[in-house]
Design a protein around this ligand. Structure first.
Ligand SMILES: Cc1ncc(COP(=O)(O)O)c(C=O)c1O
Length: 435
């Protein structure tokens, strides 16, 4: 082995990767620099994470300043001023009623934290039998055991099947090509799929169900947009049975759908929201779970000196991450980024749907600045065509993402129409070249 190959890449075909490595050494604005000096247009905002572009000067400056002021501070029984300030800003941005913020370091940790808070909440109220957790087919809630168990992407579950959490169930996913191919924004068909929750409530008795967790727009599985009325119906069923509703907004929060949160855009308020990525523009790892006041208050029990929730991370509320978060939120506000992303949505929608009819394309879908182009898989080699298109685009100077045979797009929140055109022109060319 070449020692330079010690790096085991996440979610990557490692052996193929090291035959033709793709290494970036710098980034600025909307472009990456590669180790051979090429400039690549980033069509994925990092990994859904960096909507303001790379090395934003305001965020870089805030991190520089903070790391020389308070590099780290004990996280248990001691707070730092940056985390306190960021929590109150996040709470102010969140839908009314979601007022408490628990910091994590990633989306996966946010998912597991939210599930644990849901269980603890019911127990604190004397309903400790409410332990069942419900996710959705094709859902992605990270790779830790809780998120993996409620997640619904088969490849992520297969190897770990025997060790997934007991007592989990899954709603059906919300995609039907026959009913919604090439829909723009929310598909009209499918609200009734939310009634799966009603069936599970009947099957298990609702009094045993703690929470349901969904991505408002499913991202990693290839952009599944919720049918009109679907999220509202989930909310109604949860209310009927005392089930907590968790929105995993690791991708959709902070502007990706042209609003601070998808909850606001869809007009549905969950009991907990999980976030990460755009919280710090991806500059320093950080996540947050935003929790309703009702849940928080239910947990504030026992003697004053007792720890109320036995959960937390060494780096919860890390001051350098929190400083990056504060600067990021300031830029969102001052540059009116969420409204700009919303205004860009029709331009993005036109650009992506122009690929209808291109070779191999069997569906195009979009919401906010999230888009998916689904390709017909190569017979006997699922994912091969999607990967080839990704590689061809990379060679041509544009970074997109493929999840199997679904090409995914997450452009910067302040993209220009020309950049969007370049991304989709490059994809069109690549589609013409792949077998
Ligand atoms: C909806 C959702 N939840 C959780 C995660 C996991 O986040 P992380 O990779 O930061 O653990 C992701 C990552 O893409 C995600 O899209």
């Amino acid at each position: 082995m070449n020692n330079e190959q010690a790096y085991w890449l996440p979610f990557t075909a490692n052996r193929a990767f090291w035959k033709t490595p793709r290494v970036i050494t710098g980034a600025r604005g909307h472009y990456y620099t590669t180790d051979d000096g090429r400039q690549l247009l980033d069509g994925f905002s990092g990994l859904w994470s960096s909507g303001l572009g790379h090395c934003h000067p305001r965020i870089v400056e805030a991190v520089r300043e903070q790391v020389g002021t308070l590099d780290y501070g004990m996280a248990f029984q001691v707070a730092n001023d940056r985390a306190v300030a960021l929590a109150s800003e996040v709470a102010a941005l969140a839908p009314a009623g979601l007022e408490r913020v628990f910091f994590t370091n990633s989306g996966s940790e946010s998912a597991d934290t939210a599930l644990k808070i849901a269980l603890a909440y019911h127990r604190a109220r004397g309903e400790g039998q409410r332990t069942r957790l419900i996710g959705r087919e094709r859902g992605y809630h990270g790779v830790n055991f809780g998120g993996m168990s409620v997640g619904g992407i088969p490849g992520n579950r297969k190897v770990f099947s025997a060790t997934l959490l007991p007592g989990t169930d899954h709603l059906r996913h919300t995609y039907s090509r026959a009913d919604m191919a090439y829909s723009r924004g929310q598909p009209a068909w499918g609200a009734e799929l939310a009634d799966d929750l009603e069936r599970l409530a009947a099957l298990h008795d609702a009094s045993n169900i703690a929470a349901v967790i969904v991505e408002p727009v499913a991202g990693s599985t290839g952009i599944l947009v919720p049918p009109v009325g679907y999220l509202q119906r989930l909310r109604e069923i949860c209310d009927r049975y005392g089930i907590l509703l968790i929105f995993d907004e690791v991708i959709t929060a902070f502007g990706r759908v042209g609003a601070p949160f998808a909850a606001e855009r869809f007009g549905v308020t969950p009991d907990l929201i999980t976030t990460a990525k755009g919280l710090t523009n991806g500059v320093i790892p950080m996540g947050a779970v935003i929790v309703s006041e009702k849940i928080y208050q239910a947990l504030m029990q026992g003697p004053d000196n007792a720890v109320e929730l036995f959960h937390g991370y060494t780096y919860s509320g890390h001051p350098v991450a929190a400083a990056a978060g504060l600067a990021t939120l300031q830029v969102y506000r001052e540059e009116d980024i969420f409204a700009r992303a919303r205004a860009l949505e029709p331009v993005f929608e036109e650009a992506i749907h122009a690929l209808k009819g291109a070779p191999h394309v069997i569906d195009v879908r979009n919401f906010g600045l999230m888009g998916g182009i689904e390709l017909e898989p190569c017979p006997g080699a699922p994912g091969a065509r999607g990967l080839e298109v990704f590689l061809k685009c990379f060679e041509a100077g544009v970074v997109i993402r493929n999840g199997g045979d679904i090409l995914q797009f997450s452009p910067f929140l302040d993209s220009t129409p020309d950049e969007l055109a370049r991304i989709f022109d490059t994809v069109r060319e690549a589609l013409g070249k792949v077998a």
